[in-house]
Every structure is written in structure tokens, then in C-alpha cells.
Design a protein around this ligand. Sequence first.
Ligand code: MG
Length: 196
Amino acid sequence: MKFMESSTANTLIFLSAIPISVLAFLITIHFIQKNRIKEREDRMMIYVFDIDGTLTIAGDRLNELKKDPPDWDRFYDRCDEDEPNQAIINLLRILDLDDHQILLLTGRRESCRKKTITYFEDHGVPVRCMDLVMRPDGNHEKGAVLKPKLFNEWARNRGLHKIDKSRFLFFEDASSVTKIWRELGYTCCQVEEGDF
Ligand SMILES: [Mg+2]
């Protein structure tokens, strides 16, 4: 407490030594900068990208799901074999240049995180500067059920749950997930005809 009082007294002594015109100038600059930050935050968009079928193109590993029973472990384990969906990756990189928020929201298991990060870094996506939200290991919910839950939790944690829905834009391939985002009032660009 004594430290705080002494600190406040020192600040007051320091401020009283500054000419009033300089003080007024500094306060004006402070409020101009504050307004600029607020304007930038108000303009900020949040782009939400799915991974499988949106940023990447799953090829041969889809055969793991045609087995009886489907081999989900092998399917996820081979996630780094996908081809990049270069057009969508290029778009993501452009959107990332302009101070917007990017979220990668995927039904891939959390256990694929390391492979996923390495894959995107190899393809020029600065994924460590973005949020990557993944399916918890052991979770088997359908994407259309799981993704809104993960998204809502992420938005709450980021303090973004109350901002206007027009500031979110989703990219997704699965028809079922695209439908959910649209039903929830968001704009979703479906990049493939993912009829599942
Ligand atoms: Mg997908």
C-alpha cells in the first residue's frame, strides 16, 4: 500500500513538471491512438477455415474409411499425405496479411496437431500465429455437432461471442457443416461438394 501511495505521488510530481500544452498534446495523441485501435478492431474480420477437404485434399487415405470397419486411426495418421488445396491456402495467406483473425477449426483429432502444424509450415502457412482448434481425442461426434460447440467455446474464450455475425466468414467443404453455419446465421463458403 505504501509502495502504491509513493508510486502515485511520484507520478503526480512527474506530471506537474510537464508544461500544460505538452500534457494536452500527449492526452490528445493517446485518445487518437485509442480510437484507431478501436476502429481497427471494429473492422477486423474472423475467417474460419476447415482443414480436410478445404485447405487440403484427402486422396488415397479416404480408402481407410471404406474398410469394414473404417480404420479411423490410420485415416488420421496419414493426414500429412494430403495434397494442399493451393487456391484456398493462397486465399488464407492473403487474408492473413491484413490484421484479421484466422481460426483453423477441424474435425481432425488433437493427436494430429504436430503433423498438422508441420504440414502447414511446409506449405507456407504461418499456422503458429493462428488459432488451431481440433477434435478432442476420443470424441466421435459428427462435425456438424462438434464444430459449433468448439467454435462457441473458442469465441467465448477470445471475447468474440457477442460481435456481429457479419464479421465472421467460414470456409468448409462438408454440406452438413455448411448447413449448420448458415442456420446459425453465419456466411459460409462451401469450397467443395462434400456431400456428407
Ligand atoms: Mg472438411
